[in-house]
Ligand binder design. Structure first.
Ligand code: FES
Ligand code: FES
Length: 223
């Protein structure tokens, strides 16, 4: 049994635990609750449904969710921020990579409840407010570093962190530090070239000097 799997997104327990105050906010169709609604609630089945608050792509969010839901399912199924992809759902493919307080993590392996008070960046949060792509996104286009594109959001997020960590000094180093992101289309040469291009654009920090990667605070999520 997949421990990260949630019940149907249209299931009655989820609908009934969500408050409609912010549900029509923007295009996200998200399931928000008021910021002051801090108390955990109970679903009809009696399951604890905590409220988690975090900053997602520069926007503060408060979401009530089932206790077992992962960050990946919260993003995709409740907030409808679907740039982050689900591949294996068991921490093996990297399709779900996001930045959590600036560190790359597999969102399928992180409980949403563990994200309270933290900062999350998905691929939707990388571009500038005027639409200018992040250097890594532009490099993936320039280097034609995708085929089907399913792995690409995770690759891009991972590349952002890889460069900030100072692990983009050579092709071999990039391949090593991007190895957690699988590409079934085997676009690896182009991906490495894209990371190299972006590293040159951004300026590669000294290896290991970055410590904790700075949290990104792009101003708005895009879907
Ligand atoms: S979906 Fe999370 S690592 Fe594969
Ligand atoms: S581009 Fe298809 S899986 Fe990577």
């Amino acid at each position: 049994m997949d421990p990260t799997k949630t019940t149907s997104k249209n299931g009655p327990s989820r609908r009934t635990i969500l408050k409609g105050g912010g549900a029509a906010m923007g295009t996200l169709g998200a399931t928000f609750v008021n910021a002051q609604d801090a108390a955990a609630q109970s679903s009809p089945s009696g399951e604890t449904v905590p409220t988690v608050r975090f900053t997602l792509n520069g926007v503060e969010r408060a979401v009530t969710h089932e206790a077992r839901v992962t960050l990946l399912d919260l993003l995709r199924e409740q907030l409808h921020v679907t740039g982050t992809k689900k591949g294996c759902a068991e921490g093996a493919c990297g399709a779900c990579t996001v930045l959590l307080d600036g560190e790359r993590v597999n969102a399928c392996m992180v409980l949403a409840a563990a994200c309270d008070g933290r900062t999350i960046t998905t691929v939707e949060g990388l571009a500038a407010p005027d639409g200018t792509l992040h250097a890594v996104q532009q490099a993936f286009i320039d280097q034609d570093a995708l085929q089907c594109g399913y792995c690409t959001p995770g690759q891009v997020i991972s590349a952002v962190a890889c460069i900030r960590e100072g692990h983009a000094g050579s092709e071999a180093e990039i391949a090593e530090w991007m190895s957690g992101n699988i590409c079934r289309c085997a676009a690896y040469p182009q991906i490495v070239a894209a990371v190299q291009q972006a590293a040159e654009t951004l300026g590669t920090p000294q290896n290991g000097s970055s410590g904790a990667v700075q949290a990104m605070t792009a101003p708005a999520a895009r879907t």
